[in-house]
Design a protein around this ligand. Structure first.
Ligand SMILES: O=c1[nH]c(=O)c2[nH]c(=O)[nH]c2[nH]1
Length: 309
């Protein structure tokens, strides 16, 4: 907001936001003896008419970050957590509609999944943290329209065959041998943007959508005979956009978790892919394959650098 009562300044405040980051909230719901658990990491970022707190230190427009934290916990208790997206929407709407100075609220949610520990009698209240992915959601609301970007990270997948990499460019520095049968492994980080932007439209079923996106992503990874990780990435994104009408854009960041055949010749052993091989799982450096897959005619809005989301 431009402040005409102040003289022009040689230095100006640029984009700013504030809020409480990483509110760890665990919500248990009881259904008789059977308990349900929701475990989230919620970050609130608010922006709007915040010039004065930076220029003069006036806190007149500042809802304390401590309050935003309390709101997260209070809403979890009061309204429960149906899904990461639904919870984020409720929070974003609250901050924008209850505070005149706040025009945009961005809520980021990471969700950690828990599985029941299966025991012969009492498996209703014991859980083990699932070693798979972390679910992510980012909700942005400017008072009239919504942007919901969901995603996941740390979903590690591997194909022990049906992957090649050959026919690539070779110059004077190329030493990589062509691979006719290699391991393809990656730790999927993905974000997908919903085309739901307005309250008048029916909102997607967030949990169902997440489960379906993950299913299609995994099936595409497993079913694609891969000539490169780039091709596999595109197949995963295309399958999501093809099957899920509510999603217009998917962005992936896929580290190529290289597995190199170990040279066992010094020990008189052959080591090749044909008969069960030993690999060195290298952690770095790694190839990093990143791309956006879009519904035709739609605009790319997910930031190129996923760490900025
Ligand atoms: O799937 C791959 N894509 C590449 O671009 C690449 N580059 C490389 O060295 N190995 C691989 N693998």
């Amino acid at each position: 907001m431009t402040d005409t009562s102040r003289p022009a300044r040689p230095v100006m405040l640029g984009q700013n936001q504030y809020g409480k980051a990483e509110n760890r909230v665990v919500r248990i719901t009881r259904d008789g003896d059977t308990h349900h658990i929701k475990d989230l990491n919620v970050s609130v970022a608010l922006s709007g008419d915040m010039d004065e707190v930076h220029y003069s230190g006036s806190n007149a427009h500042v809802l304390p970050t401590d309050t935003t934290k309390n709101t997260v916990y209070a809403f979890a208790k009061e309204h429960g957590i149906a899904s990461a997206e639904q919870f984020g929407i409720r929070l974003a709407r609250h901050f924008v509609t209850s505070q005149d100075a706040i025009t945009t609220a961005r809520i980021r949610v990471e969700e950690y999944a828990w599985e029941r520990i299966e025991t012969p009698g009492t498996d209703e209240h014991s859980f083990v943290r699932r070693g798979q992915e972390t679910r992510l959601a980012q909700i942005t609301y400017d008072g009239s329209s919504w942007e919901v970007v969901s995603g996941l990270k740390d979903l590690t997948v591997m194909n022990s065959t049906n992957s090649e990499f050959r026919g690539f460019v070779k110059d004077e520095y190329t030493t990589l041998p062509e691979a006719h049968d290699r391991i393809l492994a990656t730790e999927v980080a993905a974000r997908w943007r919903f085309n739901w932007t307005d309250d008048a439209q029916q909102a997607p079923d967030w949990d169902e959508s997440y489960a379906q996106v993950k299913k299609h992503l995994l099936l595409a990874f497993a079913e694609t005979y891969s000539l490169s990780l780039q091709q596999t990435l595109y197949a995963m994104g295309a399958r999501i956009v093809d099957h899920r009408d509510e999603i217009d854009e998917v962005r992936f960041s896929l580290p190529n978790k290289h597995h190199f055949l170990v040279d066992l010749k010094p020990f008189g052993l052959t080591n090749d892919t044909a008969d069960g091989a030993v690999y060195f799982a290298a952690d770095r450096p790694y190839g990093l394959i990143e791309a956006t897959v879009l519904r035709n005619g739609c605009q790319a809005r997910i930031p190129v650098d996923l760490t900025n989301l």
